[in-house]
Ligand binder design. Structure first.
Ligand code: FAQ
Length: 308
């Protein structure tokens, strides 16, 4: 079979809703795009542990500390499934991590923002995990089998992450006026960056057309952003919080919200490496990786010994 015939067969399988598996023929562009996207996703899970890890020693109760600890451990697990899924496409873990540590690969823009107060931990769970969940539920339908299957478990855990964040925010809203203000301040700071997490609008999204055609992505950036807004605004209102967007309007006939402009200059600046914490995040990740050298060395020696 020549490449043209292979491509036709590949696209017919995608259109029929079949999953593509690691040993199946796939166009080089499909493989490359998936490695880019899955690895960016994996790196986001791992870098996403950093802002929350910083708050473990400052959690206000033992219960909150246990919940946060469990959530951070889940994120490490998500990173692991995703690195494994990326490896099935023929790239090594070392190369994937090297791309993160040298700044060649991206991770989610959202993790370059600082966490000023405990309410920010609630906002991360409620908004950041909420946005991640909306995106990942749609990725359960991605055409690449290992990625789709990783999403099933990840989504179950994201639902718990999202609820714990919302519960934390709800508790602050039911507390003193100062606590409620903390929750509002966190919402004010995290709302815009959370909307940016879905990526640029359809006109400016570089990969969407091809990714939608090959069902790497099941939905466009815009459509997922809209779902997130429709889900989250009523949750804010239920706690007496105000979404920081004066142009937000509910349309009862379509049951959707229209919203004001998103700050894309800020977004592109952050993904170019100029966000508030980009340099610090990479430095911390590199240091953690170096500290783990002896563990990888021991695991490698063990694997070698048992191969013989
Ligand atoms: N941040 O052409 P598009 C989480 C880049 S998981 C940084 O539209 P695409 C869990 C994009 O890479 C969060 N860069 O790209 C957690 C491309 O640049 P490139 C992560 C971004 O891939 C919660 C350029 O802009 N989730 O948070 C971002 O078709 C709490 C043009 O964009 C995933 O990664 C961004 N936000 O669509 C952990 C889900 N958006 O690569 C701890 C899987 C866009 O050409 C605590 N990924 N860019 O140099 C996706 O669904 C897609 O990759 C999108 C972007 C939707 C993110």
């Amino acid at each position: 079979m020549d490449d043209k015939a292979r491509l036709e067969e590949f696209e017919a399988r995608i259109n029929a809703g079949e999953k593509i598996e690691p040993k199946d023929w796939m166009p080089e562009e499909y493989r490359k795009n998936l490695i880019r996207m899955i690895s960016q996703h994996a790196h986001s899970e791992i870098v996403g542990m950093l802002p929350e890890g910083n708050w473990l020693t400052r959690a206000p109760s033992l219960r909150r500390k246990l919940v946060l600890l469990a959530k951070i451990q889940d994120e490490a697990g998500h990173g692991l499934y995703l690195y494994n899924a990326a490896e099935t496409l023929g790239i090594s873990r070392e190369e994937l991590l090297d791309n993160l540590h040298t700044g060649k690969a991206k991770y989610s823009s959202i993790f370059n923002y600082p966490t000023h107060t405990w309410a920010d931990i609630g906002a991360i769970g409620w908004l950041v995990d909420g946005a991640a969940m909306v995106n990942q539920v749609s990725l359960m339908r991605t055409s690449y089998g290992p990625y789709a299957r990783a999403m099933v478990r990840i989504c179950k855990e994201e639902a718990f992450h999202n609820r714990q964040g919302y519960e934390l925010i709800a508790e602050l809203c039911a507390g003193t006026p100062e606590q409620k203000q903390m929750a509002q301040d966190a919402l004010n700071r995290w709302w815009g960056p959370s909307l940016q997490m879905f990526g640029p609008d359809d006109k400016h999204s570089v990969h969407s057309e091809q990714s939608l055609r090959w069902k790497i992505k099941a939905e466009s950036n815009e459509s997922l952003r809209q779902k997130f807004i429709n889900m989250t605004v009523p949750q804010a209102e239920a706690r007496g919080l105000t979404i920081p967007d004066p142009e937000l309007v509910f349309h009862p006939e379509t049951k959707t919200y229209s919203y004001g402009p998103i700050n894309w200059d800020e977004f592109f600046n952050v993904i170019k490496g100029n966000g508030f914490l980009n340099k610090q995040r990479l430095k911390t990740r590199n240091e953690a990786h170096d500290r783990g050298h002896w563990v990888r060395q021991a695991a490698e020696a063990y694997a070698q010994k048992h191969k013989q």
